[in-house]
Design a protein around this ligand. Structure first.
Ligand code: HEM
Length: 460
């Protein structure tokens, strides 16, 4: 908490401004407002602490500017769903550019072309479920190759980056029908570092320089997907079922340039979050051998037959493990919105541009809602659990809520379930420590760090 002098200075200058927010609880502001709470701490931990200490809504001060942290399902529903047009995603657009492009759905302004971009997105078309069903087999093959390589190397690896590389191969076969070359992955990571530096900067963006070689990497990365689309256009394969080929057939006027960018952006949308979800799941399984053994036996059964979506859907334990991991360790834990104009919200008038932070960390473990909230218990998702707490509901929203919820939720869930059963059928991920891993923050996503892991072959 700021000292008496610091609090006094804040009150001297902004005391009258504070009056208008007197109805809301929150930490005492000092010279920096309450921003000091976020220095040296992960933002999601601060948001969850506010949930425990102040309840569903906490008033914060970013310097002299008021903001909110929400841990209340009703207010979160208003912000992300019923009153969503009153709020925008804020500065993300400038931060993610120039790594992503203006075409990105993620940063499209709600008041601008977001609805149109969402309407035409290849992940949510009437034919998308059919495309998705056909991706279990190629993703399983790509993941198998990758895991076999890991086993053969005998190396102890840092889990999250390795799973990120695996994820990119699986995404690439689903998106363009081939794995991602190493050189393209390296360019992808360099571009991500550029965006991450901007997201995490405490400075105005004009003072944040991009990594060396950024422009060249950007040119090469997007050109790779342009070339894949051109090649598919020149030489269409009627039987090809990757997202690029399928979109070309289903939506002939999509536009080649737009399609190439759309496919390229899948990696930014999902590689970090999905690999974090997998790393969190394996870390939990190391602590819960019974859950791991049950997954291994389900995975062995799945590996014994054709890799279809129907059979994957029968692997209920794998789904429960994925859902429970994202409850305990959501990969994306903080999202922000800002009022477009001054709005009446949570009983006060929030000024245009104010920061409103939403975190799922507290609600995913709310003791009023979840029995044994801090314990990893995949069984809670069986026997009606997924209907009680569907994805995108008040106490379970790893993919966000409302119409801007993750456009690739279904794809991500199929990928995660395929990855769990494929990896578990071939290898046991032996993690050196069951202590909570250190959580970093990269590209807006939690980054499990130094989770030293060895993949040991499983007798087949
Ligand atoms: C475990 C995996 C994933 C998690 C946890 C996740 C999480 C999220 C969350 C929380 C949001 C909402 C953010 C907000 O409201 O501000 C979101 C939106 C989005 N996600 Fe994901 N995501 C995942 C995978 C993916 C994948 C694979 C893609 C691939 C394209 C993707 C693309 C997007 C896009 C484009 C949006 C913006 C949607 C819109 O604004 O209409 N995500 N995701």
């Amino acid at each position: 908490m700021p000292n008496v002098l610091s609090r006094g200075v804040f009150n001297l200058f902004f005391g009258s401004k504070r009056q208008a927010f007197a109805s809301l609880p929150g930490p005492q502001p000092g010279i920096l407002g309450t921003a000091g709470d976020f220095l040296g701490a992960q933002p999601w931990d601060v948001c969850a602490r506010y949930g425990r200490e102040y309840g569903g809504v906490t008033l914060i001060w970013m310097g002299p500017n008021p903001g909110l942290v929400l841990n209340d399902p009703v207010l979160i529903e208003q912000l992300l769903d019923s009153r969503r047009t009153e709020f925008e995603k804020g500065s993300l657009r400038q931060e993610l550019t120039p790594t992503t492009t203006d075409q990105s759905l993620f940063i499209a302004p709600q008041s601008g072309d977001w609805a149109e971009k969402r309407r035409i997105d290849p992940f949510v078309q009437p034919w998308s479920p059919d495309w998705l069903a056909a991706q279990v087999a190629p993703m399983q093959a790509a993941i198998s190759d990758f895991v076999d390589g890991l086993i053969a190397s005998g190396k102890t690896v840092d889990l999250a980056p390795v799973l990120r590389r695996l994820t990119c191969d699986a995404f690439a076969v689903a998106a363009i029908g081939e794995k991602l070359p190493d050189s393209v992955y390296e360019d992808f990571m360099l571009l991500a570092k550029g965006a991450d530096a901007r997201i995490q900067a405490k400075l105005p963006l004009k003072f944040v320089s991009l990594p060396k070689g950024f422009e060249e990497a950007r040119e090469r990365f997007y050109r790779f997907f342009d070339e894949r689309v051109s090649a598919a256009r020149r030489n269409p394969k009627p039987e090809a079922n990757d997202l690029m080929s399928r979109t070309m057939r289903e939506v002939p006027d999509f536009g080649d340039k737009a399609l190439a960018v759309n496919i390229a952006l899948i990696f930014y949308g999902g590689a970090f979050s999905s690999s974090t979800a997998l790393a969190g799941a394996f870390h939990q399984l190391q602590k819960h051998p019974d859950a791991e053994a049950r997954l291994a036996s389900e995975a062995a059964a799945f590996a014994g037959g054709p890799p279809t979506l129907e059979r994957l859907n029968e692997a209920r334990w794998a789904e429960a493990v994925v859902l429970e991991s994202m409850r305990v360790l959501p990969p994306v834990r903080v999202f922000t919105r800002s009022p477009v104009t001054d709005v009446s919200f949570a009983g006060v008038t929030m000024p245009a541009g104010a920061t409103i932070m939403v975190s799922n960390q507290y609600l995913h473990r709310d003791p009023q809602h979840w029995p044994n909230p801090d314990t990893f218990e995949p069984a809670r998702w069986l026997d009606g659990g997924t209907a009680r707490d569907p994805i995108g509901s008040g106490h379970y929203f790893p993919f966000g809520r409302g119409p801007r919820m993750c456009v690739a939720t279904d794809f991500a869930m199929v990928f995660l379930r395929t990855a769990m059963v494929t990896i578990a059928a071939r290898a046991k991920a032996e993690i050196s420590s069951t202590e909570p891993f250190e959580e970093g923050f990269f590209f807006g996503v939690v980054l499990p760090t130094n989770v030293h892991t060895k993949f040991i072959t499983r007798p087949r």
